[in-house]
Design a protein around this ligand. Structure first.
Ligand code: NZQ
Ligand code: ZN
Length: 377
């Protein structure tokens, strides 16, 4: 076993923890509070942030869209520069956080920030970021991944950089009370797929990773089974905790990974605007069927340890679909407004992004991607 792991983000978990930001952001910093379409003004987060920033100079930038775009975030870059901002505080879900990660790096970069997304430049410096999380799903609050879109070219790309780690993340589940059922279901599915892309690959003899992944899976299954309790603090704080743990990349230490579901899903969102988690739910079960020969051993381990199902791959995959559907997330692409160009569009994007052989074995080819999408229709 061999790995390097670095995660410097401090976590402040629990109700009222937002007041800690007064101490976590140095007093001499000028803060840019970044948020989305306005939900933070309905759940108390905005007022509490403003109160906590009483001793700081601050300005704000609202209007970050779901699936944040460079077009919008480049406007924030101008504000950072004109106002002399030197600390970014992201208040919201994965979109606001990722937009802020991009902003933190692009503000200190002379070229076009899209260079980070298309891989023509790496981040060499960035402003410090803090996070107040209001939506449990992505894990972006304490990881080094940034996912940003470009509207003009229908592209959704990502990059990893250790400069993207937030300095701290406040996880106060009481802000989740205003989330719709759709966002709660999406969060559960996103975390399920994050665990899967680090676990459902090859069997291994490591004692930590699989045990922890299976514990997180079981937590999500419990939450799905208790979907009628989703409005309780117990349910929401556990979802927030699991989603955070599912993608701080600890599960990836020392094992191979398969991010095919996300890579395909990102293209579906770029072309057809599916919610992130929904783009994953229409891929994962069908990818497992298509790639069954390579994944069957690990799938069998998963089925036995998480669902108590033995010797029946199809029953295990069906159970995953049932879980997604039980929290209101469809598992078929035909549930959405797509057109007959879907495979062609995804293929063209894969070719231009160089995704010709993905998956843990490099065997998810363009042909397999077409089969996966056909299975979903
Ligand atoms: O825009 P606002 O008004 O904030 O409303 C948001 C948005 O409409 C709303 N919302 C957030 N907190 C709320 C709330 N509504 C009521 N009450 C609250 N407390 O929820 C909607 C969705 O928000 P968004 O931030 O888009 O959701 P999510 O956290 O699922 O983030 C999705 C984005 O993250 C990327 C996705 O691709 C997508 O762009 N991802 C980022 C990852 C990462 N950086 O590690 C990994 C993921 O796999 C994913 O790719
Ligand atoms: Zn995801």
């Amino acid at each position: 076993m061999e790995f390097s792991y670095h995660n410097p983000t401090g976590i402040e978990f629990g109700k009222g923890k937002i007041k800690e930001i007064a101490n976590l952001i140095p007093k001499d910093k000028k803060v840019l509070v970044v948020y989305g379409g306005g939900s933070i003004k309905k759940n108390g987060a905005y007022e509490q942030v403003i109160e906590a920033l009483n001793g700081h100079k601050w300005v704000e930038f609202g209007g970050v869209e779901v699936n944040p775009t460079v077009e919008t975030m480049n406007k924030a870059v101008e504000l950072v520069r004109s106002e002399g901002v030197d600390f970014i505080l992201a208040v919201g879900g994965g979109s606001v956080i990722d937009g802020s990660k991009y902003l933190a790096a692009a503000s200190l970069y002379d070229g076009d920030g899209w260079d980070f997304l298309d891989g023509t430049a790496v981040v060499e410096k960035a402003l410090p970021i803090g996070v107040v999380l209001t939506l449990a799903a992505t894990g972006s609050e304490s990881n080094n991944l940034t996912v940003v879109s470009r509207k003009t070219t229908d592209e959704k790309r990502m990059y990893f950089s250790n400069y993207s780690y937030p300095k701290f993340a406040v996880l106060d589940p009481s802000f989740m009370g205003t989330l719709s059922d759709r966002q709660l279901g999406n969060g559960l599915v996103d975390a399920f797929v994050h665990i899967s892309e680090q676990y459902l690959t090859k069997t291994n003899d490591l004692l930590v990773n699989d045990g922890y992944a299976e514990t997180l899976y079981k937590g999500l299954v419990t939450l799905a089974n208790k979907w009628n309790e989703r409005r309780t603090l117990w349910w929401q704080e556990n979802l927030m905790h699991i989603c955070n743990q599912a993608l701080n990349f600890q599960l990836a230490n020392g094992v191979c990974q398969d991010w095919s579901t996300h890579i395909i899903g990102h293209e579906l969102t770029a072309f057809y605007n599916l919610d992130h988690a929904r783009s994953l739910a229409v891929v994962l079960p069908h990818l497992l069927r298509e790639m069954i020969e390579e994944k069957q051993e690990k799938l069998a381990q998963f089925g036995k340890n998480v669902f108590g199902i033995e010797n029946n791959n199809e029953a295990i995959i069906k159970k995953i679909e049932e879980i997604f559907e039980s929290v209101g997330v469809p598992t078929k692409l035909t549930e959405y407004e797509i057109d007959n160009k879907v495979i062609e569009n995804v293929h063209n994007a894969f070719k231009s992004h160089g995704y010709l052989e993905i998956g843990e074995n490099g065997t998810v080819t363009l042909e397999k991607v077409a089969n996966i999408l056909n299975r979903s229709m």
